[in-house]
Design a protein around this ligand. Structure first.
Ligand SMILES: C[S@@+](CC[C@H](N)C(=O)[O-])C[C@H]1O[C@@H](n2cnc3c(N)ncnc32)[C@H](O)[C@@H]1O
Length: 178
């Protein structure tokens, strides 16, 4: 899935990252956690939005993607991004109650220990913070994806309160308050 299409202009046109981040009101000075950041589709726009007084934690288990993202961040001179090689179920290096906004952009269906990851994440989120989830709908994209109804139930059982839900043709979007 991560490949030429995912970083392309076409993708940015289909899924404008600034528009997506506006749904969770990401603004200056905020701390943002990107879980399964890949090559930084949301990480880099988020770094511009939060500005030098904000902080980005970009988490991935893949060294390869983190190395690529590191090179991009350096070439752009962004000093507010911390890259962390850790599993979503551990989030090592992310401070407890330290996150204002978080996202799982096309990464939820990759995470094996989903319940553990959501419990770990909840501990990282401040009061009145929010989480954006965009994931493929199971069965509509070559075996990738999660079942939205199942996921909404799981999030709610673990203490996430749904504040927005939209189902598209291929992906669904949910925003949760914590
Ligand atoms: C489809 S890519 C999406 C990347 C990026 N969010 C985007 O929208 O372009 C999924 C990413 O999640 C990462 N990932 C998968 N399972 C993970 C886990 N358990 N913990 C951390 N990262 C994980 C993968 O390495 C990959 O970079």
């Amino acid at each position: 899935m991560e490949g030429p299409v995912i970083g392309s202009r076409l993708r940015r046109w289909l899924q404008n990252p600034y528009k997506i981040l506006s749904w969770i009101g990401l603004g200056r000075g905020a701390t943002f956690l990107d879980i399964g950041c890949g090559r930084g589709f949301l990480t880099i726009p988020a770094a511009y939005l939060v500005g030098p007084e904000g902080r980005i934690y970009a988490v991935d288990k893949s060294e390869k993607y983190l190395d690529e993202l590191d090179a991009r961040i350096r070439s752009l001179g962004l000093g507010n991004v911390k890259l962390l090689k850790t599993d979503a179920s551990e989030l090592d290096g992310v401070p407890d109650q330290g996150v204002d906004r978080a996202c799982m952009m096309l990464s939820l269906h990759h995470i094996d220990e989903r319940e553990k990851a959501l419990l770990t994440l909840r501990d990282k989120m401040r009061k009145d913070s929010s989480l954006l989830v965009v994931d493929p709908i199971r069965g509509r994209m070559l075996g990738h994806g999660t079942d939205p109804a199942e996921m909404l139930k799981l999030f709610e059982r673990l203490g996430y309160r749904l504040s927005l839900y939209r189902k598209g043709l291929i992906t669904y979007t949910a925003i949760f308050a914590v």
